[in-house]
Design a binder for this molecule. Structure first.
Ligand SMILES: NC(=O)c1ccc[n+]([C@@H]2O[C@H](COP(=O)([O-])OP(=O)(O)OC[C@H]3O[C@@H](n4cnc5c(N)ncnc54)[C@H](OP(=O)(O)O)[C@@H]3O)[C@@H](O)[C@H]2O)c1
Length: 324
């Protein structure tokens, strides 16, 4: 494997940080786009080269894309407050601008580019009657949940792939759990008995640890499967109610029983967030394993969640978990 020069947008996010670590560990040279000096210092200590810039504005940061052999877009426009359908659509428009600024910079000298990896979710895919999805699933015509964001970016990157040969790799992620993002707040709400399930809790959720997401992205960088898409999930889709029970048990509290209908959850967390929480989908990861060669570090939530809960409980009590 020859080392790649990788430009990472979204380097400071939930996915970005473990991704940076894995890329550096694998010997790649990483340019990490950051928006301020503290973030620049952070990525520098992680072994990456900081590039100051904002995806929404063209600028000197774009000069650092021309000679890259891989570009990863792990950015997300962060809407303030509840993720209503309107805010998700607006976040999608922001992401389109981010994407256009990335593509403009790449197109001016993309001869060396081996892969452009972008991340979307499972909400874009239409499940079978048994609720399964895979890479062959049709794309939803009417976007719901977080697909209100991804479905706006897809036509832009696919047009670039078709018209000028952008080496596009699309990754459809399950719900990503890790030490940041939605999961710590999920733990807090269950622990403080402020949690309510969306719907009857019998829907399947397809999860994936952020560390396995980093593995899948790095595999895509190294294998360069241009024009392909992959579903990135763990081995074990789980019913929402069962997952909540497992998490509550690890936290040492009784399992929440409260259930709220989708419309009511929409009023509390926003329609788009509620739709994703209530989505009923079981995703296959066969292709990720066979063609990207990914071996999961956390084959299911049973292995992935306990260390995060231990870390969460330790930080709440001020004691670090053993071995951390
Ligand atoms: N989380 C999930 O469950 C999930 C599921 C499916 C797909 N995905 C996809 O995975 C990707 C990463 O998600 P995430 O959860 O890691 O996102 P995240 O934690 O919200 O991180 C967003 C990243 O984007 C950066 N960013 C935002 N606006 C920017 C701008 N104007 N210029 C430069 N950088 C900007 C942020 O930088 P700052 O630190 O400066 O704000 C941060 O590094 C996204 O594309 C998302 O659609 C996520």
């Amino acid at each position: 494997m020859s080392p790649e020069t990788v430009f990472v947008a979204g380097a400071t996010g939930l996915v970005g940080k473990p991704l940076l670590r894995r890329l550096v560990d694998r010997g790649h040279h990483v340019r990490a786009l950051v928006r301020n000096d503290p973030s620049a210092t952070m990525v520098l200590t992680m072994g990456a080269e900081p590039i100051l810039g904002d995806l929404s504005t063209p600028g000197p940061w774009q000069d650092h894309l021309g000679d890259c052999t891989s570009v990863i877009d792990a950015s997300q426009a962060r809407p303030r407050g509840r993720l209503t359908a309107r805010r998700a659509t607006a976040a999608g428009r922001d992401r389109v601008r981010f994407t256009q600024n990335l593509l403009t910079a790449i197109r001016n000298g993309h001869a060396s580019l081996g892969s452009y990896v972008w991340l979307t979710g499972l909400d874009e895919l239409v499940p079978t009657a048994e609720r399964w999805v895979d890479e062959g699933s049709p794309l939803a015509l009417r976007p719901h949940g977080f697909a209100r964001i991804g479905s706006q970016i897809r036509p832009v990157v696919e047009a670039a792939h078709q018209t000028w040969g952008l080496p596009l790799v699309s990754l459809h992620m399950g719900l990503i759990y890790g030490p940041e993002g939605w999961f710590p707040d999920y733990l807090r709400r269950i622990q403080r008995r402020r949690f309510a399930m969306v719907g009857d809790g019998q829907n399947f959720v397809s999860l994936v640890s952020v560390h396995d997401v980093a593995r899948a992205i790095v595999a895509a960088v190294e294998r360069r499967p241009a024009g392909e898409r992959f579903v990135v999930v763990d081995d074990e889709p789980v019913r929402q109610a069962e997952f909540v029970r497992f998490v509550a048990d690890r936290l040492g509290v009784s399992a929440p029983r409260r259930k709220v209908p989708l419309w009511l959850a929409g009023l509390v967390v926003g329609r788009a967030a509620a739709e994703t929480a209530a989505a009923d989908v079981r995703a296959h990861n066969r292709r990720m394993k066979s063609e990207l060669g990914v071996t999961l570090e956390f084959p299911s939530y049973r292995e992935g969640v306990p260390p995060l809960v231990a870390e969460y409980l330790a930080s709440a009590s001020g004691v670090r978990p053993a071995g951390s």
